[in-house]
Design a protein around this ligand. Sequence first.
Ligand SMILES: [Zn+2]
Ligand SMILES: [Zn+2]
Ligand SMILES: [Zn+2]
Ligand SMILES: [Zn+2]
Length: 219
Amino acid sequence: MKKVFAILMSVLLLAFCLVPAFAADDAEPCQHLGATENRGYIAPTCAEEGFSGDIYCLNCGEKIADGYVLEKSQIHRNAVAEGAVQATCTTPGFTGDRYCADCGAFLSHGQTTSINPKHHGDYSLEVRNAVEPTCGKGGYSGDTYCSGCNQLVTEGIALRPTGEHTDADGDNVCDDCGTQLPEATRSFKDYFLGLLNPKTFFRVLADLFKTFIKTLAGQ
Ligand SMILES: [Zn+2]
Ligand SMILES: [Zn+2]
Ligand SMILES: [Zn+2]
Ligand SMILES: [Zn+2]
């Protein structure tokens, strides 16, 4: 029993010695000598001021230094050109003056560019040297020229002969090559309209009569 009491006493004694030691440690203020953290940093831009960020002690969590305002940056990251003009085959262009898209600051003057022979802008294109193909002869689609600079834009292509005779005047002779055409090449509509013309009507009647006589004669 005496032994147990002795052990209990020594444990209590030890506890009394240690507790004040811990308490003293807690009461001693943090010297903030360990790791710190920056909170709230904002990078400055050309348009807005920044913030250096507050400094916190990671050991005790206290703010140990206030941040301060950072001046606007002189670096303009997003430039835009204004008043740019595209060069055409007859007029020079302009690259446009450059401004900062973020703060609007003027950055640099634009430059005049030389004419661009390949950009014909709003000029109309004219087709020249076109040749209509006929029944026996090939044609040509025509070359395309710019009405502004008068330069050849695209060359034409050869067109095949149509292979079909044309007979606009209805004389059964091809207008292009002079080939005699059979009656059948005239459309039924043309034939019918022709009949409405009294002159044609009587000619057709006469032809029919002649054919009839020839048939009778056995030819
Ligand atoms: Zn601290
Ligand atoms: Zn800017
Ligand atoms: Zn042109
Ligand atoms: Zn023909």
